[in-house]
Design a protein around this ligand. Structure first.
Ligand code: PHE
Length: 333
C-alpha cells in the first residue's frame, strides 16, 4: 500500500480523510467510474503497449485496484462503527416508536383461577385438586344426592361406565378433602367439570371453583362475608348482592347469591340481577358420610362457575369464545 506513487498515493490520503459514506462513494466513482474514472482511464491505455509493458503495467494496476478497494471498504467500516458507538454513548432513544411485540399470556380462565387462589389464599383457604373421572359415590352418594335426583339423569351426566362418571361439579374434591383432613379447615377446589349441555351459555366442559369452611361455629354470616369479599375482588367492587333460598341436596339451608352492578339501571348492564353462585350450610348427612361429627362441627360450602363470572365481568355474550382459540378474542385480556 505504501509503495504506491503519485497520483495513487494521494488517493489513499483522501480516502483516509473521508468522513461520510457519501464522500467514500464519491471517491470510489472518481477512481473506478465507467466514465472518466482515473483507473478506468489509465487501463484504457494498456491496449497500445507492447506485451512486455502490458504485463508489467497490468500487474501494477491490479495492485493499485486491490489496495484502493480495500482502503475504501476499511474506511467505510470504521465510519459505521464510529457512528454506532457514538449513538450508544448518547444513550437509548426512548422516543423511537417501535412496533409492539407480540407476547403470550395466560388464558383468561387460568388467569382468573390464579386470582381465585390468590384472593381465597389471603383469607386462609387451602387449594385442593381431584380427578376429573370420579366415582358415582364421591360425585353423588356422599353428597347426599339421592338416586332419584334429576342431576343424575343421563341427560346431564357423562357416565364412563357403571359407577364411574366425568365429575359434574367439583364438590367430590370436597368429599376427598374432608376424608383426608381433620376440621377445622377451609379450602377451595378449582377445576374442570362436565355436563351434557351445549349452547351460548353452557358448554359440555367448563370450570368451577367450589369452597368449604368447617369449624366449631362457622355461620351463614361468615359465608356471606367471605363470598361477597371474594366476588368484589374478582369481578368488581361496584356491585351489590341479593340472597335467595335455593335447593341443593348437600346443603341445608341452601342459598343462591345474585349480584348486580350498583347504580347501573340505565347502562348496558341494565341493572339486572345475575345469579352467580349456589351455597349453604353443609348438610349434616354429608359431614357424617365423611366421618365428621355434625354435632361438633359445622360449615358452609359454595360453588361458582368460572366462565359465568368472566362473562359477567367482561360482558361476553357467548361462552364458546373461551374455547375457540381466536387470538382476536384472547388478545383483549
Ligand atoms: N355443586 C353445586 C353445582 O355444581 C354448586 C354448589 C356447591 C351449591 C356448594 C351449593 C354448595 O351446581
Amino acid at each position: 500500500m505504501t509503495n504506491l506513487e503519485s497520483p495513487w498515493a494521494e488517493l489513499l490520503t483522501e480516502i483516509g480523510q473521508a468522513d461520510s459514506a457519501e464522500s467514500i462513494e464519491a471517491i470510489r466513482l472518481k477512481i473506478f467510474g465507467r466514465k472518466a474514472g482515473m483507473l478506468t482511464e489509465a487501463m484504457k491505455d494498456l491496449g497500445s503497449l507492447s506485451v512486455e509493458e502490458k504485463r508489467e503495467k497490468g500487474q501494477f494496476f491490479n495492485q493499485v485496484k486491490t489496495t484502493l478497494e480495500s482502503a475504501l471498504s476499511d474506511r467505510l467500516d470504521s465510519l459505521r462503527s464510529a457512528h454506532v458507538s457514538k449513538q450508544a454513548g448518547e444513550g437509548l432513544d426512548l422516543t423511537i416508536d417501535l412496533p409492539e411485540q407480540d407476547r403470550g399470556h395466560l388464558h383468561p380462565i387460568h388467569e382468573f383461577i390464579r386470582a381465585v387462589e390468590d384472593v381465597f389464599g389471603r383469607m386462609g383457604f387451602d387449594t385442593a385438586e381431584g380427578p376429573e373421572i370420579e366415582t358415582e359415590d364421591n360425585n353423588f352418594n356422599k353428597l347426599n344426592i339421592p338416586e332419584t335426583h334429576a342431576a343424575r339423569d343421563s341427560q346431564d351426566t357423562f357416565w364412563i361406565k357403571s359407577e364411574t362418571v366425568l365429575r359434574t361439579h367439583t364438590s367430590p374434591v370436597q368429599i376427598r378433602y374432608m376424608q383426608e383432613h381433620k376440621p377445622p379447615f377451609r379450602m377451595i377446589c378449582p377445576g374442570k367439570v362436565y355436563r351434557k349441555d351445549s349452547d351460548a351459555t353452557h358448554s359440555p366442559m367448563f370450570h368451577q371453583f367450589e369452597g368449604i369452611m368447617v369449624g366449631k361455629d362457622v355461620s351463614l354470616a361468615n359465608m356471606k362475608h367471605v363470598m361477597e369479599a371474594a366476588v368484589k375482588e374478582l369481578v368488581s367492587d361496584d356491585v351489590e348482592f341479593r340472597w335467595r333460598t335455593g335447593y341443593f341436596p348437600f346443603v341445608e339451608p341452601g342459598l343462591e347469591m345474585d349480584m348486580r352492578w350498583r347504580g347501573d339501571e340505565s347502562q348496558s348492564r341494565e341493572g339486572k340481577w345475575l345469579e352467580v353462585c349456589g351455597c349453604g350450610m353443609v348438610h349434616p348427612n354429608v359431614l357424617k358420610n365423611v366421618g365428621i361429627d355434625p354435632d361438633e362441627w359445622q360449615g358452609f360450602a359454595f360453588g361458582f362457575g368460572v366462565e359465568r363470572l368472566l362473562m359477567i365481568k367482561h360482558q361476553i355474550p357467548d361462552l364458546r369464545q373461551f374455547y375457540a382459540s381466536d387470538l382476536r378474542f384472547l388478545k383483549q385480556f
